[in-house]
Ligand binder design. Structure first.
Ligand SMILES: Nc1nc2c(c(=O)[nH]1)N[C@H]1C(S)=C(S)[C@@H](COP(=O)(O)O)O[C@H]1N2
Ligand SMILES: [Mo]
Length: 212
């Protein structure tokens, strides 16, 4: 169907395709679809906390006020959903796990090899430690300059995407948990919610690893 939005969309899609930024089987969207299992949780800033636990020298717990004092990072990424939409040049702001480690906010034990994100209502998603320590993984509070809205994970979500020009592994967007409450460092891999449901464990967008 002809529409101005359709024209813009196709023009943009051609641009990112020519730049080598459109992974196989994906198409560009100018919208930001919402996808998750279950209800959207409410946020209580007086009881909310964020914890780092498992294979770490000392477990950490930050209140919402404390979490907002941590060093902050901004990144621009292309995000790719397994349901075949991609959104380009999205801007995220929040806390980088690698920065926390480099600045001594906590210490990872050598035995840690994988990370589980734990979100509200028991939702989980797993990633290798090295991916969580990459520049393209962020504990994000802001999207395009505004606090992330409730549907997309307010107040905190994991987010992972592609940074043009960077040679790092890029998983599909489901590898970032919305409404994130803790990260667990693990010696062995465990499958998260969607991985147990048949999604691919590694989920590399360039290899089109959608289902296991
Ligand atoms: N807590 C939680 N986070 C989640 C999910 C979920 O079901 N629960 N689904 C994942 C999936 S399958 C996708 S595609 C992305 C979608 O993020 P969006 O709604 O911001 O587009 O969130 C991921 N994070
Ligand atoms: Mo998804």
């Amino acid at each position: 169907m002809f529409s101005f939005e359709g024209q813009d969309r196709r023009k943009e899609e051609e641009r990112v395709r020519s730049e080598g930024r459109l992974p196989p089987g994906q198409s560009l969207t100018l919208k930001f679809p919402v996808l998750h299992y279950g209800p959207v949780p409410s946020f209580n800033p007086t009881t909310w906390d964020f914890r780092v636990w498992g294979e770490v020298e000392e477990e950490k717990r930050w209140s919402w006020a404390e979490f907002n004092q941590l060093p902050r990072t901004k990144i621009k990424m292309d995000i790719h959903c397994v349901t075949r939409w991609s959104k380009f040049d999205t801007e995220w702001e929040g806390v980088s796990v690698r920065t926390l480690v480099e600045q001594g906010f906590f210490k990872i034990k050598p035995s840690a090899k994988y990370v589980m994100q734990h979100a509200e209502y028991g939702f989980t998603v797993n990633l290798p430690l090295e991916v969580v320590l990459q520049d393209n993984f962020l504990l994000a509070t802001h999207f395009n300059g505004e606090p992330i809205d409730a549907d997309h994970g307010y107040p905190l979500r994991g987010v992972v995407g592609f940074i043009p020009g960077q040679e790092v592994e890029t998983p599909y967007l489901w590898k970032g948990a919305k409404w994130l409450r803790s990260i667990e460092f693990m010696p062995r891999d465990k499958r998260g919610f969607w991985e147990q449901a048949g999604y691919h464990n590694r989920a590399d967008v360039w290899r089109e690893e959608r289902f296991g």
